[in-house]
Design a protein around this ligand. Sequence first.
Ligand code: SF4
Ligand code: SF4
Length: 329
Amino acid sequence: MMTNKRLRQFIEYLSRQNIVWAPQRIGGELVMERVSDPKNVELSSELPLHSFKKILVPPQEALFNYENNKIFPAVNPPGQVIFGLTVVDLKAVTFLNQIFAKDPHFQNRLKKALIIGQSLMPKGKHQFFLEKFEEDVLEHLKFDVFLAAQKDKFLVYTGSEDGQRILDDFGHKDYEHIEYVGPIREAGLDSQMQKIRGKFYEDDKIWQDLGKICIECGKCTLICPCCFCFDIFDQPDLKAGAGKRCRAWTACFYTDFSEVAGREIEKKKPKFLRSTPERIRFWYEHKFVRCPDEISLPGCVGCGRCTKVCPVGIDIKENLQRILKGKLK
Ligand code: SF4
Ligand code: SF4
């Protein structure tokens, strides 16, 4: 067990030696930000508006630099601590770990990050797919240390050798180790997800209705902890023969996202998503059909952030209920 007082000392200990990111209230909003004063860290059931995504998958990053026909690796990311992730966000880390399983940039960042999760379950009106915290979910989540709240104390679990090492160094020996067995539970996809998958193509009018109000701002994708599409582009340096290759977040709602190579026809570049209804359906289809089919995991963890930021009030929970024609948990 770790007491509240000891937990505060642990956060201070981590902050003395590392870059630490944790939920903090800034301008009234809980956000995941770099910690400058450990006293400001807030451990609660509220989900921070910004997730961990910007830390593990930066909005823009250099993949490599080049100069005079030689390629140099991009700057090695620093080791950092990502503190206080709820089970919802740990599921998203685990999902991205599957998606980027062969991506050395993501894997390097994840390896160098210490992920510290916690068991307080979000209860906001926008969230769904949430179960109560059960210890058996831990073997399917990527984390280094996990704090399971027990009134005013925390049961401590480790999910990696790095987690064990940091607790040993801090002087906390009372923990249990949980071995990661992979992201997929024995029961496979959750039953609601299977129903959504099965009914996805029944009501095509939903996409026409949503297409009339969506303004294609892409905020839902940028805020989503599971959206991972990116653009790749070169940034030449003014020095002859030098530059860098970068990647940056993009969104399937942007018109240039679906441009493909090919002959221009009637001054229009070839595209595969030509209208707003097509683009919004594509986004949902990716999360609730293609991801489950390809990796047996949904591309959505039910955090509700996309609903919170949508400027025209598009509510993913309502839309999934409409697809299901029933209530979501
Ligand atoms: S609820 Fe929205 S923001 Fe959250 S994971 Fe699902 S699609 Fe992404
Ligand atoms: S945030 Fe709302 S309006 Fe913007 S692209 Fe997403 S669904 Fe459309």
